[in-house]
Design a protein. Structure first.
Length: 110
């Protein structure tokens, strides 16, 4: 499933950029951004395994919320100068593309 692949690739990219975060962020931003990024692909996978349209739709909505949460963490990390703007700008755009894909799926389930 293409949106799951996109979400998984983005989760791996988030893991990689979060390796450079300071040790003091281990239980803060590092943990939060990794969990939210991984939540996107996990909820898409769970949605795929659900049997009913409303059940599937709910999981895709949760995945979309996690994608927005991850974007927020990326923007915060950039503003406090943990991340390079050039890299994070691409990540934010890629999350926008992913969110559009999730929206299409949600609309098709209605």
């Amino acid at each position: 499933m293409e949106v799951w692949q996109q979400a998984m690739n983005l989760s791996v990219e988030i893991f990689e950029i979060s390796k450079s975060l300071p040790k003091c962020e281990d239980y803060g931003l590092t943990s939060q951004i990794r969990r939210s990024a991984n939540s996107v692909c996990a909820n898409i996978a769970e949605a795929f395994g659900r049997n009913t349209g409303p059940d599937k739709s709910r999981m895709y909505v949760i995945a979309k919320g996690s994608a927005y949460e991850t974007q927020s963490h990326i923007i915060y990390g950039t503003r406090v100068k943990y991340f390079d703007y050039e890299i994070t700008n691409i990540l934010v755009e890629n999350y926008e593309t992913l969110i559009k894909g999730i929206n299409k799926i949600i609309k098709s389930l209605k």
